[in-house]
Ligand binder design. Sequence first.
Ligand code: NAD
Ligand code: G6P
Ligand code: MN
Ligand code: MN
Length: 434
Amino acid sequence: RLKIATIGGGSSYTPELVEGLIKRYHELPVGELWLVDIPEGKEKLEIVGALAKRMVEKAGVPIEIHLTLDRRRALEGADFVTTQFRVGGLEARAKDERIPLKYGVIGQETNGPGGLFKGLRTIPVILDIIRDMEELCPDAWLINFTNPAGMVTEAVLRYTKQEKVVGLCNVPIGMRMGVAKLLGVDADRVHIDFAGLNHMVFGLHVYLDGVEVTDKVIDLVAHPDRSGVTMKNIVDLGWEPDFLKGLNVLPCPYHRYYFQTDKMLAEELEAAKTKGTRAEVVQQLEKELFELYKDPNLAIKPPQLEKRGGAYYSDAACSLISSIYNDKRDIQPVNTRNNGAIASIPPESAVEVNCVITKDGPKPIAVGDLPVAVRGLVQQIKSFERVAAEAAVTGDYQTALVAMTINPLVPSDTIAKQMLDEMLEAHKEDLPQF
Ligand code: NAD
Ligand code: G6P
Ligand code: MN
Ligand code: MN
């Protein structure tokens, strides 16, 4: 039976992972799930770990749940390692969201300056985990959710020998569910050809029961007030109908930061003054969730978890793990080495694209070129991710400044430098490489 190690096990999303493993136990016989955290996360780990134990017990499924602060012990002999940690916690995220706003720049977890800094904090830890994996579980798959998932996958592919790595996100699943709802059908009847990068992915073609319905879906999504395709953490401001119809591919919710920068910035500034930034809202949501998790009578994933933007991401992880383990050869959108699937992105880089999931990992499905209207933006974000990953690995100040400046959400080199300096100072405890 399989051993899974989950790093950042104290995450409020863990019950979803456990639910996914319980649901699939008949095809994915997991013997041990090791939830790993750090001393700061011990209390969360214990609460969520106790709930996980109640869940498997109630379901009558023989998965042993282990809680530990000893990462090496958890990694030893693991078959799959999943990573869902947040270096610096939600406080660090709140800084990523608030500091750029002072400079009139979008403050966001995975985009712009915030995405850069989340990467700078996360990549050294991922590389450290991989060093441990090489020694303790050299054949294991690394399934990474830790954001920025695209940049993290890029860093692993470029700076380590770990080939068994897959980056995962719930945005494609969310888009599929959103489209299904607009069409009034079950999500399993909808298929979308996804291609792009993490949080920069497009639906190139949409099918219902195998028949292409892209134009119809674009018409439905092109509503000026509400597109119907979004995530809980991203406000849905609708799209200019003629823009979307002209583009004729389905953008992901994160594209709003690029195509609606002024409106999204205004929304963020307003939220920062009133209800708080997303990290501040999530701090409250998380308190409520952990209060629920403490209830000794609770033995299922509570529906309130759907208020988090990442809802369904751990379920996506379980289906990915099962398809690798069972060599299912079904199609799932994941972050993997491009290998020529998207012509305008370097073959060695990470992309988010539909793949056939085999026991040897994801095999990306060839897309050819992206539509010319979006190709340049995707390439620019890939350049940003590459330079940012290099800065994270080297700790080189000038490289970090270049990454900050070439990000499309940053207006100038001077503002880039001011934000970089303020954010380096604010996050210095989590940036040992600088
Ligand atoms: P969280 O703040 O609850 O963090 C999870 C746990 O990680 C915490 O218990 C924390 O103590 C622990 N942690 C921090 N540093 C650690 C380290 N070095 N080693 C081990 N554990 C550590 O975060 P969350 O909201 O549950 O999100 C977790 C991560 O998953 C974030 O990076 C988030 O961006 C990402 N996420 C990704 C997706 C996706 O689509 N890929 C969806 C949701 C969340
Ligand atoms: C989306 C993204 C995740 C991100 C999350 C934020 O679903 O795909 O990568 O971490 O939302 O959600 P939160 O509830 O933390 O704002
Ligand atoms: Mn995501
Ligand atoms: Mn078409």
